[in-house]
Design a protein around this ligand. Structure first.
Ligand code: IMP
Length: 431
């Protein structure tokens, strides 16, 4: 069969990590193709939590080969820490389990410093970035100043490359942001050491590995990071990340053609969250239900620890995500968090400038003016986290799920009722 893309259909943190981890039990390959250590994919196995920022969520399954493609901005220090932590916990015991593309963009401490200095200077008009250097690293790639992963193994030319890259950045850091500069010499030493540690994972042609796997009908999963509404071109600009987060990016970032893709699975929570600034029509700000979702859903960022903003499920936004990603199936996550709420609301349309609309508005400033139109539904009291089959869900809960699927015209294949692998209800098999 062709490849399967798993992407976030909201503003990130939808639970992609758990879905990919569960799907990986059957997958041969899992590929990360965009974003960087701004992602935080939380996996819970036998009650033990693992948070991955760069390494694909398939890594907890020893038979799965994980690939980091050229579209990723690779923070080599974080990557090294992540590898070490996984190895100490008994995972990633064979280097063949992880292949890193020679073409991935290297993210270094000066990218992080620039990201943080910029945010500080923006003051109240902050984007609310994760401070992980994502924007500056992608800028380097676009302006053709980036160091690629394959460059790290040419020690003779490293210092000169870093010096060339640092000229402009040190000028900005010192004279515009009043921050300390970086020394090319010190960084070179650090990188040489890191490159020795990372050498076993180096892969000169990941695109070819993926192509061969697909040609041999292997089970290949593409793991998106962040969410569709954070997409650089199609998200809530400028409150977005610096990569393309939609399904098309899987092809670009891993170097395969679109005809190799068979399914696109959109992951959505049963409600909505967002971290950082930007419009969020269904937000429950200063509202007891917003607090409920925050506390019961443990809605704190796994990368930055920041509180996530919480709100009702937004079908207008989801319809847009389904369209721009070509989502064929949905996974509905954290349904258990809604148990106990008397009344539930789903946003089915917006009112914009006196008109009712069901298409997500993309004109700058429009989403900020949009007012929500809700459908109300009765909630359910029962704790559903122990349920293991969708048929056993309480009537009102099933009604909530079916309403979402029929309003969106897209089947829900998977329902998640808790963080554990076993708390996953399959309506249809993945492969
Ligand atoms: P950046 O990706 O660090 O530049 O941050 C840009 C925006 O994307 C900010 O609003 C972040 O909070 C948001 N963001 C980045 N990565 C994630 C993620 O993995 N989950 C949720 N939001 C994210």
């Amino acid at each position: 069969m062709g490849g399967i893309i798993v992407i976030g259909a909201q503003w990130g943190d939808e639970g992609k990590g758990k879905v990919v981890d569960v799907f990986s039990a059957e997958a041969d390959y899992v590929i990360r193709y965009q974003g960087g250590a701004n992602a935080g994919h939380t996996l819970t196995v036998d009650g033990k939590k693992t948070i991955l920022h760069l390494i694909p969520s398939g890594i907890l399954h020893p038979h799965t080969t994980c690939i980091i493609g050229s579209g990723v901005v690779l923070d080599v220090e974080t990557l090294h820490e992540e590898i070490t932590t996984l190895q100490k916990s008994g995972f990633l015991q064979r280097p063949e389990q992880l292949l890193i593309s020679d073409g991935a963009t290297v993210l270094l401490p000066y990218h992080r410093a620039l990201d943080q200095a910029r945010e500080e200077k923006r003051g109240l008009s902050k984007i609310g970035t994760t401070g992980k250097g994502i924007g500056p690293a992608y800028e380097d790639r676009a302006s053709r100043k980036a160091l690629l992963f394959g460059d790290l193994f040419h020690h003779d030319s490293l210092e000169a490359k870093l010096e060339a890259s640092l000229q402009e950045k040190n000028f900005l850091l010192e004279h515009f942001y009043q921050k300390p500069p970086f020394s090319a010499k010190e960084l070179t030493e650090k990188i040489k050491h890191l490159s020795e540690q990372l050498a076993p994972y180096r892969c000169k042609n990941t695109s070819q590995v993926i192509y061969k796997a697909l040609s041999a009908k292997k089970k290949v999963l593409f793991e998106g990071a962040q969410g569709s509404l954070l997409d650089l071109l199609h998200g809530t600009y400028p409150y977005v990340t610096s990569s393309s987060t939609i399904a098309g990016s899987a092809c670009v970032g891993s170097g395969i053609g679109p005809t190799s893709i068979e399914k696109v699975i959109g992951i959505t929570k049963a409600y909505t969250t967002r971290v950082g600034a930007g419009p969020f029509p269904t937000e429950l700000k200063n509202d007891p239900i917003g607090e409920w979702l925050l506390n019961k859903g443990h809605e704190y960022g796994s990368t930055t620890g920041r509180q996530r903003r919480c709100g009702w499920l937004d079908l207008v936004a989801l319809r847009y995500a389904i369209r721009i990603n070509g989502i064929t199936h949905l996974a509905l996550m954290k349904l258990d968090v809604l148990s106990g709420l008397e009344q539930l609301k789903i946003c089915t349309a917006y009112e914009l400038d006196g008109k009712t609309i069901t298409d997500y508005p993309v004109t700058p400033g429009a989403l900020e003016r949009a007012k929500t139109i809700y459908k109300e539904m009765p909630g359910w009291k029962e704790d559903i986290s122990y349920i293991r089959s969708a048929k056993e869900l309480p009537k009102n809960c099933l009604n909530y799920v079916q309403t979402i699927a029929s309003e969106l015209g897209t089947p829900i294949d998977v329902i998640s009722v808790g963080p554990g692998r076993e708390q996953t209800l399959w309506i249809r098999p993945l492969f």
